[in-house]
Design a protein around this ligand. Structure first.
Ligand code: DHB
Ligand code: FE
Length: 280
């Protein structure tokens, strides 16, 4: 059967992708961040799953605000890196896994998660930056990818608890796939940040640290947070962190924290990464 082996949470700050694409990672501003990513990359090099479910959000790139689904599964053979205004990032095509994606989709819908299904998606920094975080600049991404797009930008968004339950249902769906596949799952976005409005620039290391601590030892605590808690404590775009709950819900109750890195600021964002491995 297929099995989920590990999860990662990571911010998806677009500037990080731009720094890599434009050869600026050694500059003083970026050097501490990329130094902190070295253990992330070392771990990923040794733990490449057959397929990675990347829980991410589209930033009104592939979707317009007129038509925004709460949860969307990407079932295509491949996903094109999107043009977000500066031309598409020069990163490899993202290769899908339609068989597993359709299996998970069917299983989720039969279990009352009414997923939207995307036969094509242009994937923006929300998905390509996490791939760059994990794998640096390869010619080909070493894992197949199932994009799972969550609406975090248009009200009303799904609750943090619903996201966690979706993760639990994804795990059951993966484990009912007959083929032996190793599967990773990433929750992306966050951590605290707000890009516009009166509180633009808000960062909250205490909140972010408590959220990461809870991911390890008390994931239910992160499901009791409300949208208002996220907005108040972590800024409007901090709500992207609900996608980390999908990742955590798909893991065992007990996990090993392999690595954690936190750095402030990256662009307008608190950067956080955490790798969690299932224990038996
Ligand atoms: C930034 C962060 C984001 O999550 C995003 O989607 C866009 C910009 C930033 O900090 O610059
Ligand atoms: Fe974002």
């Amino acid at each position: 059967m297929a099995r989920i082996i590990a999860g990662m949470g990571t911010s998806h700050v677009p500037g990080l992708g731009a720094a890599m694409d434009n050869g600026k990672t050694g500059e003083p501003y970026w050097q501490p961040l990329f130094k902190g990513l070295e253990p992330v990359r070392a771990w990923h090099k040794d733990n490449i799953p057959d397929v990675t479910i990347i829980v991410y959000n589209d930033h009104a790139t592939s979707y317009s605000l007129d038509n925004y689904s709460t949860f969307t599964m990407g079932v295509a053979e491949e996903f094109i890196p999107a043009d977000e205004g500066w031309g598409p990032r020069q990163v490899p095509m993202v290769m899908g896994h339609p068989e597993l994606a359709w299996h998970i989709t069917e299983n989720l819908i039969l279990n009352e998660f009414d997923m939207a299904v995307a036969g094509s998606l242009e994937v923006d920094h929300g998905l390509t930056v996490p791939l760059s975080v994990a794998y640096d600049q390869p010619d080909v991404w070493p894992t197949k990818v199932i994009p799972l797009c969550v609406n975090v930008i248009q009200y009303p968004q799904p609750t943090p608890l619903r996201c966690y339950k979706l993760g639990q249902a994804i795990r059951r769906a993966v484990e009912s796939f007959p083929e032996d596949l190793s599967v990773g799952i990433w929750g992306t976005g966050g951590m605290s940040h707000q890009l516009g409005g009166e509180r633009a620039g808000v960062l909250n290391p205490e909140f972010d640290t408590a959220f990461m601590n809870n991911l390890v030892s008390d994931p239910a605590a992160n499901t009791r947070l409300t949208h208002t808690d996220f907005i108040r404590e972590a800024g409007c775009e901090g709500i992207e962190m609900i996608m980390w709950n999908v990742m955590r819900g798909a893991l065992n109750d007990n996990v090993n924290e392999i690595y954690r890195f936190y750095h402030i600021p990256v662009s307008a964002t608190a950067y956080g990464a955490i790798i969690l491995e299932n224990t038996d």
